[in-house]
Design a protein around this ligand. Structure first.
Ligand code: SF4
Length: 235
């Protein structure tokens, strides 16, 4: 089994991406066969997340889905999660919370940490909780697409993840924004209504605005902070 520890010696599988799901179903089938219950999907419940959940449910209907519940998400995001739970009742959706409540965080590090130190806030409320969720787990799935940003343009289907000492599987790397929406409409999937209000990328409410640049899907994230990633995908 390909693991973080065997990355240098194991042969990596390759997948064709000229089929209907651009390789995504093949990658997921391989990943769940390889890792069984030793793999989780860390989902933000944006539109790529909805596509991946629908694909995962075709391969492993009782897969574990982890949502990093910072306590600062939009009401619309929590409603989306409820709709997903109704549509896919056998999936195991885990709401992973940080160890510090918002009140404790404010007492220890100041009010509204995201305004004066968003990196620290993301570390406490996203990175550390994901590390905890991945403890004892060999692989995780992410909805990264190469088109999303220059920092994601070299992502592969199967990646060695030094940050979490695990294998990171990214089935949607070849999907375009149009592919994602075509799939959602064709399959009549539920999605976060904020996407219809100018938010292509949705994170925590204090750090997410409608996109400033329609050609840059992540241009509404951490506006004014010179930050484009929460830290989950940066070594
Ligand atoms: Fe904190 Fe903003 Fe990061 Fe959410 S996105 S964890 S509010 S800094």
């Amino acid at each position: 089994m390909l693991t973080y520890q065997t990355w240098e010696t194991e042969e990596k599988p390759s997948f064709p991406h000229d089929n209907e799901t651009k390789g995504a179903l093949d990658v997921l089938t391989w990943a769940f066969r390889q890792y069984k219950d030793d793999i989780v999907y860390a989902c933000s419940f944006g539109v790529e997340g909805i596509v991946l959940i629908d694909l995962i449910s075709q391969v492993k209907p009782d897969a574990e889905i982890v949502f990093l519940d910072t306590g600062l998400h939009f009401r619309e995001t929590y409603k989306t999660i409820e709709k997903v739970k109704e549509k896919y009742p056998s999936l195991r959706i885990v709401m992973k919370k940080p160890s510090l409540s918002l009140e404790e965080q404010a007492q220890q590090l100041g009010d509204e940490l995201w305004k004066h130190n968003p990196n620290k806030c993301c570390e406490l409320r996203k990175v550390i909780p994901l590390r905890e969720a991945l403890t004892g787990i060999t692989a995780w799935i992410s909805g990264l697409r190469r088109e999303q940003s220059p920092t994601r343009s070299h992502v592969e289907y199967i990646n060695k993840d030094d940050k979490f000492k695990s294998i990171k599987i990214c089935p949607l790397i070849h999907w375009t924004w149009k592919d994602v929406w075509n799939y959602v409409y064709k399959r009549r999937l539920p999605y976060n209504v904020l996407h219809d209000r100018g938010y292509p990328s949705i994170g925590c409410e204090p750090c997410t605005s409608p996109a400033l640049d329609p050609n840059d899907l992540r241009s509404g994230r951490w506006v004014g902070h010179g930050k484009t990633e929460c830290g989950l995908h940066i070594s």
